[in-house]
Design a protein around this ligand. Structure first.
Ligand code: NAD
Ligand code: UFG
Length: 336
């Protein structure tokens, strides 16, 4: 089976490509490298011991994408490509809507022209906003408070409409909670450009001495220790969720939606302590104001994915921190 992976050079895409190759799929990666490096593709091949097809093509380049589909004989698409920084999306909304929405529209058009009916889409727990209760199930209402999140909500809606128009399509909307960690070899991992926005890459750069201290955004939330609680999921568990979703699509399920999380929330302070233990480093931190737009707590009810996909996250926060730390220490400057 031939799977085209948009954004396959990025963080989640690269780990998923390793799992796809190891499971025997033929993999075609389309990535503009706007937020990644081709070195990750080389390392995917190194870890898996298999070759993939790489095309440096932007999704906005319809004729370029069309050429890839003409050659590739694609059976299914996993669509990761998109810009993903919430704060940046507030500052430059037009670029987010253009890249993420227009890019997706071009992809869906080219898929339709080539008769490709199977799609896995990277959505996000961000579509649940500030949920009315916890844990979050897939039937909670979806909304957003920033352009990044609106892109996810809108692309989900576009896919719902495409499915309504053509029920022979098979589409899995995967709502990821907070992906962290790296491949256990330490050869691929998250390589944020500039100062990281997300907690775990930030802690990791403090631990390695690249950043002086962590700023904890608020300790007055209604959580056990006052700091924000999230459902962190190991990137390798997330990657295997995509294989399970592809297997599900093969059974013609129509449009399906799954939370990919562990079901367990950890606070910022719990993550800091777990990381200090895994790395043997002190993580200096200071409590600062809440970050605008942040919510107190967010964690999944992942039972639907467990029941339908036979998928369950198995790696704990020890593994998440240890694998992040291995990647960080082996690659202090990422893929550079
Ligand atoms: P990433 O930035 O590491 O990977 C995205 C990849 O897409 C990059 O390699 C980038 O170069 C590529 N890309 C972006 N726009 C493109 C375009 N127009 N054409 C071709 N390639 C393009 O991000 P990631 O963390 O791997 O996220 C992958 C997907 O998962 C994204 O859609 C993201 O919104 C979603 N997601 C991520 C998280 C997270 O915390 N990392 C959480 C929920 C959902
Ligand atoms: N935090 C800090 N200091 C930091 C960074 C984060 O205290 O320097 C705190 C946040 O306040 C929050 C927690 O750590 O309580 C996690 O923050 P992240 O930025 O790592 O993750 P978010 O839950 O805010 O958002 C992430 C992605 C979104 C995605 C969402 C759900 O950035 O794109 O997970 O998948 F939608």
């Amino acid at each position: 089976m031939r799977v085209l992976v948009t954004g396959g050079a990025g963080y989640i895409g690269s780990h998923t490509c390793v799992e796809l190759l190891l499971a025997g799929y033929e993999v075609i990666v389309v990535d503009s490298l706007i937020n990644s490096r081709e070195e990750s593709v080389r390392r995917i091949e190194e870890i898996s011991g298999r070759k993939l097809e790489f095309h440096k093509v932007d999704l906005l380049d319809k004729s370029g994408l069309d050429r890839v589909f003409q050659q590739a004989k694609v059976d299914a698409v996993i669509h990761f490509a998109g810009l993903k920084a919430v704060g940046e999306s507030v500052a430059i909304p037009l670029q987010y809507y253009k890249n993420n929405i227009s890019g997706s529209l071009v992809l869906f058009e080219v898929m339709a022209q080539h008769g490709v009916r199977n799609l896995v889409f990277s959505s996000s727990a961000t579509v649940y906003g500030d949920p009315a209760s916890l844990p979050i199930t897939e039937d909670f209402p979806i909304k957003s408070s920033n352009p990044y999140g609106w892109c996810k909500v809108m692309i989900e809606q576009i896919l719902q409409d495409l499915y309504l128009a053509d029920p022979s399509l098979n589409i899995a909307l995967l709502r990821y909670f907070n992906p962290v960690g790296a491949h256990p070899t330490g050869r691929i991992g998250e390589d944020p450009k500039g100062v990281p926005n997300n907690l775990v890459p930030y802690i990791s750069q403090v631990a390695v001495g690249k950043l002086p201290e962590l700023k904890i955004f608020g300790n007055d939330y209604p959580t056990p220790d006052g700091t924000g609680v999230r459902d962190y999921i190991h990137i390798m568990d997330l990657a295997s969720g995509h294989i399970k979703a592809l297997e599900k699509l093969a059974a013609n399920p129509g449009l399906v939606i799954y939370n990919l999380g562990t079901g367990k929330g950890y606070s910022v302070l719990e993550m800091v302590n777990a990381f200090a233990e895994a790395s043997g480093k002190k993580i200096p931190y200071k409590i600062v104001e809440r970050r605008p737009g942040d919510i107190a707590s967010c964690y999944a009810d992942p039972s639907k994915a467990e029941k339908d996909l036979f998928w369950k996250a198995s790696r704990d926060i020890k593994a998440m921190c240890a694998d992040t730390w291995r990647w960080q220490t082996k690659n202090p400057n990422g893929y550079e």
